[in-house]
Design a binder for this molecule. Sequence first.
Ligand code: ADP
Ligand code: ADP
Length: 222
Amino acid sequence: MIRFEHVFKRYPERGEALGDISFEMNPGEMVFLTGHSGAGKSTLLRLIGLLERPSRGQVMVNGRNLATLPRRQIPFHRRQVGMIFQDHRLLPDRSVFENVALPLVVMGLGHKEIGRRVRAALDQVGLLRRERATPVALSGGEQQRVGIARAVVARPPVLLADEPTGNLDPDLSREIFVLFERFHYVGVTLLIATHDLNLVESMRHRTITLDEGRLVNDTGDW
Ligand code: ADP
Ligand code: ADP
């Protein structure tokens, strides 16, 4: 589902952020990506989401080589990859419903279909009754769940999360990870960058570790 072949990423100002990264993820795998701050986790996720391009090497997602993806297929690719951020990036002046609906509005879906899909996504994250609220009225954990609903509403086969529990206490963090596991159980491929080693160890999924841009450990399938 995701394959990196000798991927390097160099930022002009900072030097090498990723060096010679190779790994493969099967469809439906749930994998944690760990490593210190600055290890290259965000960069790796951004390459999969095509928010960034490698300096060298190949990234394949869902059978496509991103380096040779025609420009007009980029929006399609982005819909295949749901992204979740630490700061959730919700629009503060829009309701929960409108925030989650955004990807579907961009896709040009009809009103009724949007309503149906948004409610299905909110139901999956346990926030069906909060659709009219604005993000500021929600707790940190609820805000992150809205971010997750928005990431899954277009049914992407791949979900990427970048420190999704960075702002949450341990109990809420565990709830978010349990939610990710539910997507794993229905066949979604997940790659989750996190510092939360206690949680990672308690959940027993494959874990890939980066250190200064190098892949230094991969537990393989448990
Ligand atoms: P992590 O997510 O593990 O904290 P990052 O991928 O954010 O690591 O960062 C890896 C390295 O690349 C760091 O040295 C960081 O400063 C650098 N970096 C990340 N993004 C950029 C950018 N847009 N421009 C320049 N340097 C960057
Ligand atoms: P549809 O919307 O296509 O009619 P359903 O609403 O019947 O499908 O949903 C079937 C189930 O598939 C959902 O409950 C959900 O758990 C699961 N599912 C499969 N892929 C995804 C995905 N990418 N994001 C969220 N849920 C998914």
